[in-house]
Design a protein around this ligand. Structure first.
Ligand SMILES: Cc1cc2nc3c(=O)[nH]c(=O)nc-3n(C[C@H](O)[C@H](O)[C@H](O)COP(=O)(O)OP(=O)(O)OC[C@H]3O[C@@H](n4cnc5c(N)ncnc54)[C@H](O)[C@@H]3O)c2cc1C
Length: 1064
């Protein structure tokens, strides 16, 4: 099963049909000379640059001298004059830079002819783009040499340009080794430089061939035992090289090579067969070359007399019955040919394995133009548009074939194509899975639930893209559609979506050069939406509104295939670089697929009539597959069920009842824990906070922490996005955690009990994301175990710290350590005796660009020089340890005086502080908002209880109009804010923190003021009792108020929202 193009990167080896091939008149004679190259004595070809790959300096000089009326030969004479000590060779050895060389060289030339010589202009010409271009015959030859498995090198006497780089107007990727004299400090004919080149190529001198235009360079190479070729003109040199190598280098059929040893086909019986087929005029030897691709179904270029054919056969050996179905390919092409669809003309299917060992079929070699790059470089916008229109039309033509009339009714199953495909690729993915790719998990859930309702059945190509089409070189007309390996009967829109993949890939993408970063409208290329619409218009069908689904499906399929490539490469079948890359690409593709799923989700969401909105109508998810912790990975979350739980990405779940079963269970147990253990001791804890013992962490909290841990209610905060393998956390989504965090927010003491309180949560996330393994072992693990606590030190009294670029504390590097100096305040948790780690932000480079001045250091709290000056009070409260959900352990004012820390305490690296602060404030940013919903909900509950039992002026307060109005307002306020918080969490899950920036800013702007209003109304309804510490209201109020600053001032969030809104 196919997608051969994906299995072959890099480099992408393009298929057997090719570009503007002119029939080679001399092929039959040449053929006699070629012998098989595999196993030949040569392993590498080394090229000189000037005079071999690009014009020689002497040729350029000769022309320049004529144009500038300089006596002929002046430049060359001057170049060799002075020998080893002359300016030219010094320049070549990198001992002189351009200016110095030109000055010395200019003087030398001028003295020679006794008149000024403008050597600058010669140098400019020599290095100009129009002159310094690689000969195309050489490019073709190098490609061929590499296709045959030989190594290539360039060994050049070379020099530096004024910009400090060496002069190398060649594509380095063509060479395994590049040796330049100016970089090595030695020149040809110095034998050492040849030896260096051979060493880097890892070949013996007798295994290499060297091409140069200068005799003395060749002589030195020959003395070492290297075979040499003198290059006077490129064509003749290549002819000589061909005889050495034993395979053709010129006028070749692109992307072909001599037949691999294991892929040989018996020539005699093939020749006999061809003569029978083609008639008696097919005389002469048969030329067989192999197309570079086709590991799946080997494909050959066959030339006999005036015939040029393509032969495609099954691979040798035992095969699965349905695999490598060349018979199917022949059948579909034959049927389509008869139905008028442009395909290469098929000639014969030979099912008799005795001819060449396996069944095969033959088709005519199709001459035309293939466009490999989706951007169609070098074309006018109108031409590009015409090409895409032709592509769109031919697809329509294919999908319009009457399958009954074409005899293709049994070519595939009818109906449910997408469903079957999703199942197939899911199965395929599961068998090659190497770790959890979150987006794939979501897609595997999402795709089956959003299958298109109505699917047409037509012939589908299965791999329809621009570079599978041969175009008429003169006009925008498709001459043939190629590569039918994946064709079947199915939903035609899948082909339409698949042909738009390049639209969403960047132009430097390793598999295919995409279009996503180009202005395609300016290029004249239709957008994917326009392309879809164009198709629907051509086909006269209603415009498909669910094309995002089809895009999601297409990218999902590609991701599954890439995962297969990755798995195989891990088994050692590819280079490690390829392996690593394909692994990343699978994830990249699945993320793209998920982006489309999200867009489709929003489209469906917008179309749901408002009257139908209910909790469950948001939730389309069910029966999710457990996400297992990979074996060997240690989970620091003690919630075992959550570890296996679903990550409910893709739906906005607005009520805990709609959570997946394991998370709902977690919610339920958390709620019970709060009711059984936390609310009952709140009053005791409030009293403790005001006692003498208050700076010692309350023992009740320590006890409950152990209990929570043992019940699996621990470290629930770390989002699956940060910790996809759930090594450290419970693997919940932000949305799932939002429901749990709201619950914890109902008590100011709860977050610490579940190891989910600030600032530890933010610091732990910082360490998971950016910490080194050593940093994680030293700090993250004890934090995850709840053994130590930490603080985050950014704010400074002397500057407006809402603008973090103002931070002035300095971090200076001196004698292998960092020295910190600064004055910080409002550092929450620093007074807690368990606080052992201070995450410190300061400036390493005040002169760097604004956002690269700051760095983050991990500072052990017992480092000399840290002086806590005083605790700061908040509305008169000191906020001692164990107390509050915002933070714990008091807010300190601190001096850092010449505090020394080792250099490996830096996080990420100097200047990365801003980046880290943004990351730290990722999910952690919205936890306060989640908890504020919890404060408010608890407050409203307390208020309702109070007003029902309290009687004033003859009736319960609950019957007073103003109280009723306040309750109504609070209910609406809380629900509005909660929806916004859940939406922000959901967006962070499905679209990422960056895409959710607006929603994050909105909730930070909304949640604290909302909570403050709700709590204020409740305090009012409580009367004076609302102000003392007999209820949590007073503390709730002060925290809600503080959070309008602590989490960034309201104004800053409002500014963010307004600016983003104005840009929309
Ligand atoms: C309870 C609590 C806990 C805290 N914990 C920590 C901690 O652990 N670590 C830490 O480093 N810091 C902590 N802080 C400090 C907090 O982060 C800062 O107070 C906050 O960033 C604001 O900085 P600032 O106080 O210097 O106010 P300033 O930057 O001086 O701002 C003062 C006021 O200026 C106005 N303003 C500022 N910018 C704008 C704007 N763009 N548009 C309009 N008006 C504007 C606003 O009204 C703002 O309130 C905490 C604060 C509190 C209250």
């Amino acid at each position: 099963m196919g997608f051969v193009w994906l299995f072959r990167y890099p480099p992408i080896l393009w298929a057997w049909r090719t570009v503007r091939l002119k029939p080679a008149q001399t092929w039959a004679q040449q053929l006699l000379r070629w012998k098989h190259s595999e196993g030949g004595p040569y392993k590498a070809v080394i090229f000189d640059m000037g005079g071999v790959l690009i014009p020689s300096p002497s040729t350029v000089a000769a022309e320049w001298e004529v144009q500038n009326r300089i006596p002929s030969g002046t430049i060359i004479k001057a170049l060799v004059a002075g020998g080893d000590k002359g300016p030219w060779l010094k320049f070549m050895r990198g001992e002189m830079m351009v200016e110095e060389f030109l000055q010395a060289f200019g003087m030398q030339c001028s003295e020679m002819i006794k008149s000024p010589v403008p050597v600058d202009s010669f140098f400019s010409l020599l290095t100009s783009r129009q002159v310094a271009q690689q000969f195309s015959v050489m490019t073709e030859a190098i490609n061929r040499i590499r296709a045959e498995g030989l190594k290539t090198a360039v060994l050049s006497n070379n020099f530096y340009l004024p910009n400090g780089e060496s002069f190398l107007p060649l594509d380095r990727k063509q060479f395994d080794v590049v040796v330049e004299s100016c970089l090595e400090g030695m020149c040809k004919p110095d034998p050492r430089i040849y030896k260096m080149c051979l060493q880097r190529l890892q070949v013996e001198p007798t295994e290499a061939i060297f091409l140069d235009d200068l005799g003395h360079n060749l002589k030195a190479a020959a003395q070492l035992g290297i075979h040499t070729i003198k290059v006077n003109d490129a064509e003749n040199a290549l002819k000589e090289l061909e005889t050495f190598l034993g395979f053709p280098l010129r006028k070749i059929i692109p992307n072909t090579r001599s037949v691999r040893k294991t892929m040989e086909i018996p020539r005699d019986s093939l020749e006999k067969y061809l003569r029978n087929l083609l008639g008696s005029q097919a005389a002469g030897p048969v030329e067989v070359l192999q197309f570079s691709h086709g590991q799946s179904n080997p494909t050959y270029s066959i030339r006999l007399a005036s015939h040029h054919l393509v032969l495609r056969k099954k691979p040798p050996g035992k095969l699965l019955p349905s695999a490598h179905a060349v018979e199917r390919e022949f059948r579909i092409m034959k049927a389509l040919q008869d139905a008028g669809v442009p395909v290469p003309k098929v000639l014969d299917l030979c099912e008799d394995p005795s001819i060449i060992g396996t069944p095969f079929y033959l088709m005519e070699y199709c001459l035309g133009q293939i466009y490999k790059e989706a951007s169609l470089p070098g074309m006018e916008p109108s031409q590009r548009k015409a090409i895409y229109t032709a592509m769109n039309r031919v697809l329509g033509q294919l999908h319009s074939v009457d399958i009954k009339a074409a005899g293709l009714e049994d070519y595939g199953k009818h109906g449910d194509y997408i469903q079957r495909q999703v199942q197939t690729w899911t199965k395929q993915y599961r068998t090659t899975e190497t770790g959890t790719i979150p987006a794939m998990e979501r897609l595997i859930e999402w795709l089956p639930q959003h299958l298109p309702k109505a699917q047409k059945t037509t012939v589908v190509h299965g791999d329809f893209r621009l570079d599978n089409l041969i175009f008429n070189p003169e006009k925008a007309e498709v001459l043939a559609i190629l590569d039918w390996e994946l064709s079947t009967l199915g939903d035609p829109l899948s082909d339409v979506a698949y042909s738009c993949l390049a639209h969403y890939l960047p132009s430097d993408f390793p598999i295919i050069k995409g279009l996503s970063d180009l202005d395609i409208t300016q290029l004249g290329i239709p957008t994917a939406e326009e392309y879809f619409r164009m198709y629907c218009r051509h086909m006269e069908i209603p415009e498909a509104d669910n094309w995002n689904f089809y895009m999601a499906f297409s990218f999902f399929r590609v991701a599954a295939i890439l995962q297969g490539v990755y798995k195989r490469s891990l088994r050692g079948q590819s280079s490690s670089a390829t392996a690593e890359q394909s692994g990343k690409l699978a994830e990249f593709m699945s993320n793209l697929a998920w982006d489309f799923a999200v867009k489709e989700g929003f489209r469906i969401f917008k179309r749901i009539p408002t009257t139908r909105l209910s909790t469950r109508s948001y939730c389309h998810w069910a029966h999710r597959r457990p996400l297992l912790i990979p074996s060997g990975a240690r989970s620091w979350a003690t919630f075992s069920k959550a570890s296996q739980a679903a990550t409910s990405k893709g739906v906005l779940i607005i009520s805990p009842e709609a959570l997946s079963e394991p998370v709902r269970d977690l919610h339920h147990r958390l709620e019970r824990f709060m009711e059984t253990h936390v609310y009952p001791i709140e009053q005791e804890l409030r009293n403790y906070q005001m006692s003498e013992a208050r700076w010692t962490p309350p023992p009740q909290i320590e006890e409950l922490k152990e209990k929570a841990k043992s019940e699996g209610l621990w470290n629930l905060f770390l989002p699956v996005e940060t910790d996809p393998e759930k090594k450290y956390g419970a693997g919940l989504t932000n949305l799932e955690y939002a429901h749990l965090c709201e619950l914890m927010g109902k008590s100011l003491y709860a977050p610490e009990i579940f190891n989910c309180s600030a600032p530890d949560t933010g610091n732990m996330e910082l360490l998971v994301r950016y910490g080194t393994e050593e940093q994680k072992t030293r700090w993250l693990l004890p934090l995850l175990e709840g053994k130590i606590r930490s603080c985050f030190a950014m704010t400074e009294p002397q500057v407006a710290s809402s603008d973090a670029t103002n931070i002035e504390s300095s971090i200076r590097e001196e004698q292998g350590v960092y020295i910190l100096n600064g004055h910080k305040w409002w550092i929450s948790g620093i007074l807690d005796p368990r606080c052992q780690l201070c995450v410190f932000m300061g400036k390493t480079d005040p002169h760097a660009p604004r956002h690269q001045q700051q760095s983050v250091l991990l500072v052990p709290m017992d480092t000399p020089g840290i002086k806590v000056i005083r605790p700061l009070s908040l509305y008169g409260l000191e906020d001692p340890p164990g107390s509050l959900s915002v933070s714990a352990g008091g807010h300190g004012e601190v001096l850092f005086e010449n505090v020394q820390v080792p250099k490996d305490h830096m996080v990420l690296g100097p200047g990365r502080g801003f980046e880290i602060a943004q990351g730290r404030l990722g999910p952690g940013r919205i936890h306060h908002c989640m908890r504020l919903i919890g404060y408010s909900e608890r407050t409203l509950t307390l208020m309702k209880e109070r007003v029902k039992s309290r009687v004033a002026f003859g009736k319960p307060l609950a019957e007073q109009g103003t109280i009723l109005a306040d309750i109504a307002r609070s209910r609406a306020d809380i629900d509005q804010a909660r929806l916004l918080v859940l939406k922000a969490a959901h967006l962070m899950d499905v679209a990422g923190n960056k895409a959710a920036a607006l929603d994050i800013a909105m909730i930070k702007m909304v949640a604290p003021t909302m909570a403050q209003r709700v709590i204020d109304r409740a305090i009012q309804a409580f009367g004076a009792a609302g102000l003392n510490n007999d209820s949590p209201l007073a503390q709730f109020f002060s925290w809600a108020r503080a959070l309008r600053l602590a989490d960034g001032p309201d104004e800053v969030h409002r500014t963010t929202v307004a600016k983003m809104e104005l840009k929309r």
